[in-house]
Design a protein around this ligand. Structure first.
Ligand code: HPA
Ligand code: MG
Length: 180
């Protein structure tokens, strides 16, 4: 779905994924997690800020026994990744022996996620799985396994549905891609 154009903070974007396409991807993620975690206790570990909208929609569709943990991990400045993790806030000490499902809005280089996975391993969980709404496969290059993938997208900068451009656009219910 393309056509509608918007500007955020002076930068042009075009409609890239509709609410319907997003909802069906979220539905698929929920089905797969429900199937794999039946009879288990899952810790859904949401990565803020970008995953907040996905988390709200995904959790309503999860039928497994779960608790929610939220962490904040930032490496993004505007449109360029710095590759440098600035801070991690909120990681629980109670993850030992737990089945963790990390929930991301988008995976591109995977650098910050790899750092988070390292920190999680130190907590001695029973298992760690990754779920993401979007993945930029060309950039990520299969650096490590991602168990639940919503939609693979080309290497374009996207906003909306929780994701931002310099803090703008998180509230959009559709996903827009930057026009170069
Ligand atoms: N948009 C917003 N945030 C992001 C992106 C993107 O394309 N990739 C990684 N974080
Ligand atoms: Mg994210």
């Amino acid at each position: 779905m393309t056509g509608k154009k918007i500007a955020l903070h002076g930068k042009p974007f075009e409609l890239f994924l509709s609410e319907k396409e997003i909802a069906s991807a979220v539905g698929r993620l929920a089905e797969e997690i429900n199937r794999d975690f039946q009879g288990k206790e899952a810790v859904i570990l949401g990565v803020l800020d970008g995953a907040f909208m996905l988390l709200a929609d995904l959790l309503k569709k999860l039928e497994v026994s779960l608790t929610l943990e939220l962490v904040k991990l930032k490496s993004y400045e505007g449109e360029q990744t710095t590759g440098e993790v600035k801070s991690l806030i909120g990681l629980s000490d109670e993850l030992s022996g737990k089945h963790i499902v990390v929930v991301e809005d988008i995976i591109d280089t995977g650098i910050t996620l790899k750092y988070l996975l390292g920190l999680l391993e130190e907590k001695k969980p029973a298992s760690v799985s990754l779920a993401t709404l979007l993945i930029k496969k060309e950039v990520f290059n299969d650096k490590f396994p991602v168990h639940y993938c919503g939609i693979a997208i080309p290497n374009r900068f996207v906003v909306g549905y929780g994701m931002d451009y310099d803090g703008h656009g998180r509230q959009l219910s559709q996903i827009y891609a930057a026009i170069d």
